[in-house]
Write a protein that binds this ligand. Structure first.
Ligand code: NAP
Length: 261
């Protein structure tokens, strides 16, 4: 089976190493490559990729643009992002990875979600599925969050919306904080002090690696501090399930941990 990841840039991605090592460990006849497409060439190239590959992952910045080129499954249509394709069908597995990563955690409300991009939509959809009712949405660009809130209200998740300048004022009102922005990727952090986090039960950061937010949360004794790796691993498990290649989830977990450690 021919698989790949489609995105731009892709220099940082560990996906080919993880999937290929998993396939080799189990003798699965599949190969996972990278297809880096510059944003201006996406529409020209995507048809060929759909023909040449059985399945692929889609990452930044194409998770929305791919919607016009595949048959979009229901959840991906609601989230408005596809991150996994199999034989022209487009799926969103990010939200499943998020929900599964919290299976053993008692998530306390109110929850403050930072961000209003693709990751935020997957997380909000996941929170909706988990039956959460009290969520505050905070984003640098207020209007983007307001538009998002409107669509989630229709799904039964009422959202209060604020811009980022209110973050410190809002933190004392919540018990869980979920960062879905890319802040932290370059070692950056929102303007918050460690004691702003000390009362929280959960700090969840979709960004991979140990970010300053996670370090601060651990430093003040937040019980559950979760980074982006679990969501990434568990969405990958769902991708394998969709591609019909999930033969041994434990082997995949071991390989994933070896590569990302
Ligand atoms: P996106 O659609 O481009 O959205 C980016 C979000 O980050 C927006 O809300 C944006 O705010 C905000 N943002 C960016 N820079 C900021 C800054 N300096 N200060 C404050 N807010 C800032 O990206 P995405 O697809 O949602 O991805 C976001 C992050 O999630 C990435 O790091 C990605 O790697 C990660 N991710 C992880 C997983 C996982 O499995 N762990 C899955 C998906 C994504 P504005 O609206 O104001 O621009």
């Amino acid at each position: 089976m021919r698989l790949c990841i489609v995105g731009y840039p892709l220099g940082h991605t560990l996906s080919p190493v993880v999937y290929n090592r998993y396939f080799r460990s189990l003798g699965i006849s599949a190969r996972y490559g990278t297809v880096e497409i510059s944003p201006e060439r996406f529409e020209t190239v995507i048809g060929r990729i759909l023909r040449e590959y059985d399945g692929f992952n889609v990452t930044i910045p194409f998770k929305e643009r791919i919607l016009d080129h595949v048959e979009v499954q229901n959840e991906a249509r609601i989230i408005r992002a596809v991150n996994c394709v199999f034989r022209n069908q487009g799926y969103n597995t990010d939200w499943i990875g998020f929900v599964k990563s919290l299976e053993d955690v008692d998530v306390s409300e109110p929850i403050l979600v930072l961000g209003a991009g693709g990751a935020a939509r997957a997380v909000l959809y996941g929170l909706c599925k988990m039956g959460m009712k009290h969520v505050i949405l905070v984003n640098r660009t207020f209007n983007r969050a307001a538009r998002l809130a409107e669509s989630f209200r229709k799904l039964g998740l009422p959202l209060e919306v604020y811009d980022l300048s209110k973050l410190r004022q809002l933190l004392p009102r919540v018990k869980s904080l979920i960062n879905t922005t890319s802040v932290g990727l370059k070692g950056d952090i929102f303007s918050i002090e460690p004691h702003d986090l000390s009362h929280l039960h959960l700090v969840y950061d979709v960004v991979y690696g140990e970010t300053p937010l996670q370090q601060r949360a651990k430093g003040v004794g937040v019980v559950h501090v979760i980074g982006g790796e679990e969501m990434l691993r568990l969405q990958a498990v769902e991708n394998l399930r969709i591609w019909g290649l999930l033969e041994d989830e434990e082997v995949f977990k071991r390989v994933f941990e070896e590569v990302t450690r």
